[in-house]
Ligand binder design. Structure first.
Ligand code: KG4
Ligand code: ZN
Length: 350
């Protein structure tokens, strides 16, 4: 099955063509147009500016991706319907509706978080991956600029949220700490680069909610602790501040994931979302899963699919269409109506 994926929920416009077969997804084309340079001047994403930029680039990207104007050879269209910035989401959703309607092809309204989960099923052509596909039940730590969530995936399309951040997302904390330290936007990669030169035990930052007994997170206090420390100790090298902050964030993320694993006994553990590009987090979680959840395999997306992309949305679309097609009673519940679908900035995962 060949699926066109469309993503425009935030500041990346993305178009992808993937092939789904059995339980894996191979990427044919994966185009991402980032607006980071445009939003950097504002220190963050400006929704109206993002939406206008999506409109400018999305049609040329369809052409660049080689999407045929008559849809021949494409079996389904999948689009991010939420959560995200409403004006930005609408650009992708209205395009997907028009294409699916004109081509008479199934339309999938994918959840952006669902897309990040499916990024671990995505492979580039020729890349077999070493660890195979995640098995169910899969426990996912989803860490991005807008979300920090622990999600139990019981099967394809079957999600149970276990915990989430009560304030800032992990990526947001990285971005805000970078801003405090005068590093450019987006700050996550900058902080992790600076951290490589620093000592992770230089400063004892708090590990918020580490022993709260639930599976929720809080990162706003940690961000404030960095600001207070910085004001009181301007002489401390930025690298030490970055490394110590990063270690505190990683300790909490890994600690909570292990606590969740002890409850749900997963067959696999998934790390996904933009912050999954962070090497300290990846390596620490992989080693911790091997040591403490030895029956589970560990999966993280290939570097090209950690941030926002449309291959992961097309992957979610493939598994949705496959599930609906197999259901004997039919029911359009899981496919979207191209005439009535609306983007939803707060679209729930389950
Ligand atoms: O998934 P994503 O591309 O967009 C959202 O859905 O939010 O995640 C973007 C977030 C940003 O906050 C960015 O700073 C963070 O991921 N990020 C990182 C790293 N690379 C990206 N955070 C920490 N370390 C990194 N290496
Ligand atoms: Zn994302």
């Amino acid at each position: 099955m060949r699926v066109l994926g469309i993503e425009s929920s935030c500041d990346e416009t993305a178009i992808a063509l993937v092939r789904g077969a059995d339980d894996s997804i191979t990427v044919e084309t994966n185009l991402v147009s980032s607006q980071i340079d445009i939003h950097r001047a504002f220190g963050g994403v400006v929704p109206e500016v993002a939406a206008r930029r999506h409109v400018d680039v999305i049609f040329p990207m369809l052409t660049e991706a080689g999407v045929p104007h008559d849809g021949v050879g494409i079996d389904a269209v999948a689009v991010t319907a939420g959560p995200g910035l409403i004006a930005a989401l609408r650009v992708g959703v209205e395009l997907a509706k028009a294409l699916a309607w004109a081509w008479r092809k199934p339309l999938v309204a994918a959840n952006h978080l669902e897309g990040h989960l499916y990024s671990t099923w995505v492979r580039l052509e020729g890349d077999e991956g070493s660890e195979g596909m995640p098995e169910f039940p899969a426990l996912a730590l989803l860490v991005s600029g807008g979300h920090t969530e622990l999600i139990l995936m019981r099967g394809h399309g079957d999600y149970a949220p276990l915990g989430a951040t009560r304030d800032d997302a992990a990526g947001e904390a990285f971005d805000k700490v970078a801003k405090q330290l005068g590093l450019p936007y987006p700050g996550g990669p900058e902080v992790s680069r600076a951290a490589r030169e620093g000592k992770p035990d230089a400063i004892a930052f708090p590990r918020p909610m580490m022993d709260s007994g639930d599976l929720d997170f809080s990162f706003s206090g940690l961000k404030t602790a960095v600001a207070v420390y910085r004001a009181e100790h301007p002489e401390t090298p930025i690298a030490d501040v970055c490394a110590s902050f990063e270690q505190a964030a990683v300790d909490v993320l890994v600690g909570k994931t292990l606590a969740a694993a002890a409850r749900v006994h997963p067959a696999s553990v998934i790390l996904c979302g933009g912050v999954s590009a962070n090497m300290r987090l990846r390596e620490t979680l992989a080693a911790s899963v091997a040591a403490h959840v030895p029956d589970a395999t560990f999966h993280a997306p290939a570097p090209a699919f950690t941030g926002d992309n449309a291959a992961m949305i097309a992957a979610a679309g493939y598994f949705r269409v496959r599930a609906v097609g197999r259901r004997l009673t039919g029911g359009a519940g899981h496919l979207a109506d191209p005439l009535t679908l609306r983007a939803d900035p707060n679209l729930p995962l389950a």
